[in-house]
Write a protein that binds this ligand. Structure first.
Ligand code: DGJ
Length: 737
């Protein structure tokens, strides 16, 4: 059993040989946290790692005691995990251990996305009841350890068992107390079209946080953070990652206390949050996942990639090969009609593409982004026959058909807004702030969710639609729930998310075979919460190959390649104006779920041939790209080159890519050392595409050599060292004999 209770010392130990979490009931009944991280022997006691005779912080204020659910106001001046206001207005709690239950498997979280198991033997959950007698509050801390992953999932349920009204002000999904320092903090931060740049710095005394108050996780910060020992690199060193399975306002924070201990907490952002619990009511926090590795950042990414791909993503498409798509957006934007789309699809079919996606502009009277969101009826001016005949024509070409929607939004210029102006979020009597000429619908209202379910379902039933891109192009301003009383407005943002998740749940269960891709102006809501409904996400609106190196590099810290939409687009690139070779655009997009986003009718013969070969190559190796182990080799950030690779689970096939961003004269000799291969196997190393003029005999290299000395990165003309130009990519396929 991976959860052990030692009655004599009142210790709970979650262990699976890959990580340990040890807690103990302290003398005053509080739940202490003795150890989290490296695996420990479950037979031993670790009580000596915690405080002795702890009866509260009296006369030991500021002592860096590890606590599982730290609260405020009684001598622990660090950031609390839980603040609940009692009927008398105070926020002090005395959470005393009551009981615990160890159960096989992992229960679902009510109305919230979470990781799961398919068989109870995959994980063990311990539910620990703590109670504050005076407030009448029961806290059930739920911790699940997976059998063969270095991961623990954690959430908290709060129940009002007293007679008065309680108000939850802070309810962190996870709180970890690490007894020492130093730690580096790594966060993934950015902006629209520049998402998820890794930022790493040593933690200093005090707090450092990232978060969102936008109503979505946002392009700006990913809801996760890494704590790494200084010196930890891609493949060596100790570290944690904590990540929140949530898509709205969040806070992720690390705090170094006066004596060097480090507290990390992650959960709903407390700013503006207040959730009322009437007697008998309960509240469940989102889930946080915590992974530990002593194999560096790469080890942490391995843990999350596996968990997110196999036990967070779900449904029909979870394990199926994802189709190569062509999306209409950058090719024609709003300017299309039935015939034009069919011609695009015909040209796409000729390239080997498998799915044709009609992006924005097919509904209402939407010729630009100033109108029609909310009017989910086909624009008959552009598509006189509707979606049915269009999908049929596309399918007759051997492609599947997919569609863009943005259900959460309404344009002030729309029939929906005329009929239901009160459905748009805003504070009565105050102007609403528009963004992209649109407003957000109040999904905290069940009537709005019901309407959207019916409207989107009608569209999905009206034609043969195999794929949906669910976009969301602005954040929430003037947050206010018109159906909530004045004293419950602090619940608004979370209720919006609960309504949004409910809409996702209903539509994904009504259309289980539709492949859903989430999007929010690119990666503005690419988060673990969304992955529970949509197994892939549009990684960024920036489709430039060089920018994508950095964006996909950053996203790969957490998210598997099977979740990252990556498209080849036209040049000069529409976001940055850069011209890169077609081969390089594909080499970058291969490391994700490949798509094209250009007008295929505009390609010349040579480009068509090249793309045909790219699509065929990707389809041949799709299993490795989408389900292999992704390994970061050289960061594009602050360097002139970048490299990464994927390795099949049996290590018999691998594909490595190197991109020279800028060339420099007289480059020093360079070799790309690979990782993840089997040192005992010999691999055939074949460059792709084969060099012009026919390939040389493929070389055979031992896995040991490729790991130790790697592949040579000789310049194109070795005699002069002449560069081949900027933005050049190389790909090698390694196959074990
Ligand atoms: C933002 C998305 O990220 C784009 O890919 C595209 O779908 C546009 N919205 C359409 O309005």
């Amino acid at each position: 059993m991976p959860v052990t209770w030692r009655g004599a010392t009142r210790e709970l130990h979650l262990h699976n040989g890959r990580l340990s979490l040890v807690m103990a009931v302290l003398e005053n009944g509080w739940l202490g946290q003795l150890h989290v991280g490296a695996p420990l022997d479950p037979a031993a006691s670790y009580r000596h790692l915690g405080p002795t005779d702890f009866r509260g912080f009296s006369n030991r204020v500021d002592e860096p005691i590890g606590l599982a659910v730290p609260t405020a106001g009684s001598g622990d001046f660090r950031a609390p995990a839980l603040v609940v206001e009692s009927p008398d207005g105070s926020g002090v709690l005395d959470l005393v251990y009551q009981a615990h239950r160890i159960v096989a498997g992992k229960p679902d979280l009510d109305g919230l996305p979470s990781t799961y198991v398919e068989d109870a033997a995959e994980a063990t959950t311990v539910e620990i009841d703590l109670a504050d007698r005076i407030a009448g509050l029961r806290v059930t801390l739920s911790l699940t350890i997976f059998e063969d992953r270095p991961v623990i999932a954690r959430s908290m349920r709060l129940a009002n068992e007293g007679g008065g009204r309680l108000v939850v002000r802070t309810a962190m999904s996870a709180s970890l107390d690490l007894p020492d320092g130093p730690w580096d903090l790594l966060t993934l931060s950015g902006a629209w079209a520049r998402e998820r740049r890794p930022h790493r710095a040593a933690l200093l005394p005090g707090r450092r946080s990232v978060g969102s108050l936008r109503g979505a996780t946002g392009h700006q910060q990913d809801p996760s953070l890494f704590l790494l020992r200084p010196g930890t690199d891609e493949s060596h060193g100790d570290g944690f990652v904590v990540s929140l399975v949530y898509s709205g306002n969040f806070l992720a924070e690390a705090e170094v206390g006066p004596r060097g201990s480090t507290r990390t907490r992650i959960g709903l952002h407390p700013e503006g949050f207040a959730w009322t619990l009437e007697p008998g009511a309960s509240f469940t926090s989102p889930e946080a996942v915590i992974a530990w590795s002593s194999d560096g950042l790469g080890g942490l990414s391995d843990a999350l990639h596996g968990l997110f791909r196999e036990r967070l993503a779900r449904g029909f498409w979870r394990d199926r090969p994802r189709p190569v798509l062509l999306n209409s957006w950058e090719g024609v934007y709003f300017d299309f009609d039935h015939d034009r789309l069919v011609e695009m699809a015909r040209a796409a079919a000729d390239l080997g593409v498998e799915l044709f996606v009609l992006d924005d502009g097919w509904f209402g009277e939407r010729d630009d982004d100033t109108s029609s969101l909310g009017d989910w009826q086909v624009d008959r001016r552009k598509l006189p026959g509707g979606l049915g005949p269009l999908a049929a024509d596309v399918e007759a070409l051997g492609l599947r058909f997919g569609l863009w929607i943005e259900p959460e939004m309404v344009s002030p210029r729309s029939r929906l807004f005329e009929a239901h102006p009160d459905w748009a979020i805003g504070v009565p009597g105050r102007p609403r702030t528009e963004s992209r000429q649109q407003l957000v619908l109040d999904l905290s209202r069940p009537a709005v969710v019901d309407h959207l379910e019916a409207a989107i379902a009608a569209i999905l039933e009206s034609a043969s639609i195999s794929y949906v891109k669910w976009d969301m192009n602005r954040n929430i301003t003037e947050p206010y729930g018109a159906s909530l009383p004045a004293d419950r407005q602090g619940e608004f943002f979370h209720r919006y998310l609960l309504g949004t998740y409910e809409l996702w749940r209903r539509l994904t269960s009504r259309f289980p075979e539709v492949l859903f891709e989430s999007c929010a102006g690119g990666g503005g809501r690419f988060d673990p919460g969304m992955l529970a409904y949509a197994p892939q996400a549009w990684t960024s609106d920036d489709t430039d190959a060089i920018e994508r190196l950095a964006i996909q590099w950053g996203a790969s810290h957490l998210y598997p390649l099977s979740s990252m939409g990556a498209h080849v687009s036209a040049v000069p690139n529409h976001q940055v104006g850069r011209t890169t070779p077609l081969a390089t655009r594909a080499a970058v997009a291969f490391f994700g779920v490949l798509g094209y986003e250009l007008d295929p009718r505009a390609l010349d013969d040579a480009e068509r041939d090249e793309i045909r070969a790219q699509v065929a190559f990707y389809r041949e190796h799709r299993e490795v790209f989408q389900r292999g182990r992704f390994i970061r080799l050289r960061s594009p950030l602050g360097r002139d080159d970048a490299a990464w690779m994927v390795v099949a689970p049996d290590r018999r096939r691998a594909i490595a890519a190197h991109v020279q961003i800028l060339q420099r004269p007289v480059p020093p000799p360079d070799r790309l050392r690979l990782r993840g291969l089997d040192p005992g196997l010999a691999y055939r190393v074949v460059p792709w595409p084969a060099p012009a003029g026919g390939g040389r005999e493929p070389v055979r290299r031992g896995g040991d050599l490729l790991l130790a000395a790697g592949l040579g990165l000789e310049p194109e003309d070795p005699s002069t060292g002449a560069a081949r130009g900027d933005f050049r990519a190389r790909i090698w396929v390694l196959t074990a004999d």
